[in-house]
Write a protein that binds this ligand. Structure first.
Ligand code: NDP
Length: 300
């Protein structure tokens, strides 16, 4: 059997960015205001600073406005809630992204709940979680959806075309990845099984999957002989492992070399799902702006 076809998430994400940029130009050209993305960072965690900066920079590259709110680590919950209220009320802001994790003295759930659901471009607000949980099959995604899961289903649709009727197994049940991926696959008429750390005989369940999405954060946990020949395997995991030269490299949750010999389609790590997250954030921001203007949902 031929090796799996690699799903090039980096290339797809670049294409998506370009389509979002074109969508922004179209929207602004039609008289709309620049879509605006606000990022909120509390504290000076270096990794978070890099993420926030790159999101703001990309927004500007795609023709959007970027509003960066950097708050000191000792910001109180009340102060942060006041910033959120201000951004909620600002018509120039279409998307609000609060960089997580927040300092321990701040109740993250309370902060996420305070974001206007229409501006919740991460898709974490309970209103949007509920919308995704109750969406009719095939209905438009006319509300913000979590970025990484959205990226996973975009890659699958691009690789496979129609997903209807496929057996999909999702390994991992986090609110960030596993659950929303499962909801999105259900919307696309897959028959979905969600698995987790208490699942009995996980390898046997995985072997039934036409589509296998793995998001657990365990280095090369899913082995080649867990994979149904020809299946589409999406590896969401990002694990950093040390290398002999004292540096480190990224590996996924799937044993890549083994999976490559069995799967029909496979995402590499890095270069698979990873680049989709920020591209989908831009996509969500454009969609949020279009909704404010009463424009219909478009898949770009
Ligand atoms: P969480 O730690 O929140 O959730 C992990 C899930 O995996 C849990 O549901 C857990 O089960 C399940 N799990 C853990 N061990 C096993 C096991 N041995 N067998 C079966 N299931 C298991 O992680 P996230 O969902 O946030 O992230 C998962 C991975 O995806 C990480 O590597 C993360 O870095 C990566 N990631 C990548 C992104 C990107 O590409 N942009 C974005 C977000 C995440 P239980 O519920 O029973 O504990």
């Amino acid at each position: 059997m031929a090796d799996a076809k690699l799903i090039d998430g980096k290339a797809f994400a670049m294409g998506l960015r370009q389509r979002v940029g074109a969508g922004v130009a179209d929207y602004v050209g039609g008289g709309g205001p620049k879509p605006g993305l606000a990022t909120v960072l509390v504290g000076a965690d270096p990794a978070s600073q890099v993420y926030v900066r790159s999101k703001g920079k990309l927004a500007v590259e795609l023709g959007m406005a970027s509003f960066d709110r950097k708050l000191p680590a000792e910001t109180t919950e009340q102060e942060l809630l006041a910033v959120i209220a201000e951004l909620n009320a600002d018509p120039a802001v279409n998307g609000i992204l609060v960089q997580l994790p927040l300092p321990k003295h701040i109740d993250t759930a309370k902060v996420l709940l305070a974001i206007d659901p229409a501006k919740d471009v991460d898709g974490f607000h309970p209103v949007n979680v509920g919308r995704l949980g109750s969406i009719a099959p095939g209905a438009p995604l006319d509300f913000p959806v979590p970025c990484t899961p959205l990226g996973v289903t975009m890659l699958l649709q691009d690789a496979l075309g129609h997903l209807a009727g496929s057996n999909a197994v999702v390994v991992g049940r986090s609110n960030l990845v596993g659950r929303p991926v499962a909801q999105l696959l259900l919307r696309l008429d897959c028959t979905v099984t969600i698995t987790h750390s208490r699942t009995r005989d996980l390898p046997a369940l995985c072997r039934q999957a036409d589509i296998l999405v793995v998001a657990i954060g365990r280095t090369e946990f899913v082995r080649g002989d867990w994979i149904k020949p020809g299946a589409a395997v999406i590896d969401v995991g990002i694990n950093r492992i040390p290398t002999a030269d004292g540096k480190s490299r990224l590996v996924g949750d799937v044993a890549f070399a083994e999976a490559q010999k069995v799967a029909g389609y496979l995402t590499p790590v890095p270069g698979g799902v990873g680049p989709m997250t920020v591209a989908c954030l831009m996509y969500n921001t454009l969609q949020a702006a279009r909704r404010v203007a009463g424009l219909p949902y478009v898949a770009v």
